[in-house]
Design a protein around this ligand. Structure first.
Ligand code: SAH
Ligand code: SF4
Length: 340
């Protein structure tokens, strides 16, 4: 096992079987996390990139089985921020020092490419990077948004297991998801993907395939999150703590894609009080704090128990910076594009 970790650390490649054996074996976890931490330091340094997150609509036409925002969840209290509110939160966040604004939502058709383009153009006046995370759109729409100034796009593949993908995503297809990712790359985005860890009947073999898919795609960013059951979804009773497994998938992703941006996801902090900081010391180099204000934030309940819901954006940023420094890391002053 130590040899496998060494191989991954030095060559940044592993076979599917080798990845599976690392995922299976829990005696080597500390060595794995420490190797990912060293590779992170060597390729992307000690800087942590902070991206200010605005969750601008929880209205979604999709029905992903795991997600609290699924259209079938009639208990969800829906909201949609106005264009002015979105721009206002973005400007405030830029004032606090954020160099990237992430705009995330359910698949809400109100926000046409034209409406989003107008918001993007306004925020881009401040010389920041913009990341979109709004789900599947046509190639043309991706292009319009890119031309308006969007720099990056996050679209997780969720799982590369065809059968599991079908079960989890009614009326969606893995093939189309992959096509969207290719369209994003073609449009010139820094393209992010990622997966959920701990879905019902998800195998370690399929997680290994997910990691190899990230490498094949040559993704620029990868977000790995533990699946957390939401009570108003069909997967409500599928409870299991996926923290360590998610951390391992993340660490192996760092070993195989050494120079990408890898967020310590909020879902990790939900399952472990210091989850994001553990992740920062196991391969991650990005945190995406929420920069919205008001009660609407609680309604963006993809999964329960999200941290940072009652925080004030400026104070929240300061507290995260303090913690980053306490683990011997620094905060980036730059927009933080992938450096190859
Ligand atoms: N609608 C867009 C963006 C918002 S969802 C999209 O789907 O791409 C953002 C991410 O939340 C999804 O990619 C999914 O991986 C994650 N997510 C959804 N439900 C979750 C759950 N129950 N536990 C953990 N993560 C979840
Ligand atoms: Fe909608 Fe995204 Fe949730 Fe799926 S994961 S239901 S697309 S918000």
């Amino acid at each position: 096992m130590e040899n496998l970790i060494k191989k991954a650390k030095n060559t940044h490649s592993l076979t599917k079987e080798e990845i599976v054996s690392l995922l299976k074996n829990n005696d080597i976890n500390e060595e794995l996390f420490s190797a990912a931490d060293k590779v992170r330091k060597k390729y992307v340094g000690d800087e942590v990139h902070l991206r200010g997150l605005i969750e601008f609509s929880n209205i979604c036409k999709r029905n992903c089985l795991y997600c609290g925002l699924r259209s079938g969840n009639k208990n969800a209290d829906r909201y949609r921020l106005s264009e002015e509110e979105i721009k206002d939160f973005a400007k405030k966040a830029i004032g606090y020092g954020y160099k990237t604004i992430v705009m995330q939502s359910g698949e809400d058709e109100y926000f046409s490419a034209e409406i989003l383009a107008e918001i993007i153009k306004e925020v881009k006046k401040y010389n920041v990077a913009i990341t979109l995370s709004i789900g599947e759109r046509t190639a043309d729409e991706y292009e319009i948004l890119k031309e308006a100034g969007a720099d990056r796009f996050l679209l997780r593949i969720e799982t590369t297991d065809e059968e599991l993908y079908k079960k989890m995503h009614p009326n969606m297809s893995l093939e189309n998801r992959k096509q969207c990712l290719l369209n994003l790359k073609k449009a010139g985005y820094e393209t992010g993907s990622g997966c959920l860890v701990g879905l019902p009947n998800q195998t370690l073999e399929s997680l290994a395939d997910d990691i190899l898919f990230f490498k094949e795609l040559d993704a620029d960013m990868i977000g790995i999150g533990p699946f957390i059951p939401h009570k108003d979804t069909p997967l409500a009773d599928f409870d299991r703590n996926n923290f360590t497994l998610a951390l391992k998938v993340m660490a192996i992703t760092r070993l195989l894609l050494p120079d990408i941006n890898l967020p310590a996801t909020t879902a990790m902090e939900t399952l472990h009080p210091e989850g994001r900081f553990v992740a920062l010391q196991s391969g991650a180099n990005v945190i995406m704090p929420n920069v919205g204000e008001g009660d609407y934030k609680k309604k963006y309940e993809i999964y329960p128990g999200k941290v940072g819901m009652d925080t004030i954006p400026k104070e929240y940023r300061d507290s995260i910076i303090k913690k980053i420094k306490s683990i011997g890391r620094t905060v980036s002053e730059e927009r933080g594009f992938r450096k190859r």
